[in-house]
Design a protein. Structure first.
Length: 245
């Protein structure tokens, strides 16, 4: 008997939150592949992107598009499918659904309807960037994307000043220089780590103060999606636990 035959089948009427690679396709899990293979329908942020992912792994499934602007309407359809006993796999373009991506509304609706929700964990840019940053990981605050408007961005950054631990942001290459300028104003003395192109060929970590990293952006164009982390000043770090000999 093969291992696949000994695994329990997917549960009817369950919403499966399937994490997908953030860049390197080797990062997909065996469990994610089995879920995508055995589900009845895949709800995808971008059906073209997910279609290519399924094709790469020789999988063929009906695709249902859901994204920021149709998530409310699609949530109703997904809930109806779940109530009929369908097994729905929900994916985003990369990483874990609901983390700075569509999915949260669908999950809330499913929970409110008393339906089963199961996470199929896997790749996450947040975890990948933070663990290799060299900044403290014992306490961190995930911010995600800041607002687009400058005033709202600055207000958000200033509100985070008293928050302990490492701050973690997502940012696009088009606003990374703007973000560093804002950091230079609000967090000039804090260590910053830029993690870009995570899991891809040109993965890179850039470390320094906001001013030092701004100097880098003036010399070269930084491409790719970013995980940006801000540590605390050295004099703000909490002492470690005391170990008695």
């Amino acid at each position: 008997m093969s291992m696949e035959q000994t695994l329990p089948p997917l549960t009817p009427g369950t919403l499966y939150l399937v994490a997908t690679p953030i860049g390197n396709l080797e990062d997909i899990t065996l469990r994610a592949l089995r879920t995508l293979k055995e589900c009845d329908v895949v709800a995808a942020e971008d059906t073209r992107h997910t279609g290519q992912l399924l094709k790469h792994f020789n999988l063929s499934k009906p695709l249902l598009s859901y994204f920021q602007f149709n998530e409310a309407r699609r949530s109703e359809e997904i809930i109806a499918r779940l109530k009929r006993g369908e097994k729905v796999a929900l994916v985003t373009d990369a990483g874990s659904p609901g983390i700075s991506d569509p999915g949260e509304r669908v999950v809330k609706a499913a929970v409110a309807a008393g339906l089963r929700v199961e996470s199929v964990p896997g790749p996450s840019a947040l975890v990948a960037g933070l663990t290799a940053s060299g900044l403290p990981t014992d306490e961190f605050h995930f911010v995600g994307f800041l607002p687009h408007k400058s005033g709202q961005r600055m207000n958000a950054l200033k509100a985070l000043l008293p928050v302990p631990g490492t701050l973690v942001f997502y940012e696009s290459p088009f606003r990374i220089e703007k973000l560093l300028k804002e950091f230079n104003e609000v967090y000039p003395d804090r260590p910053v780590v830029l993690a870009r192109e995570l899991t891809k060929k040109f993965e890179e970590y850039l470390r320094g103060t906001p001013a030092e990293l701004l100097a880098v952006t003036q010399k070269r164009t930084l491409k790719g999606e970013f995980v940006v982390m801000v540590g605390v000043r050295a004099d703000e770090r909490k002492p470690g636990p005391t170990i008695n000999p």
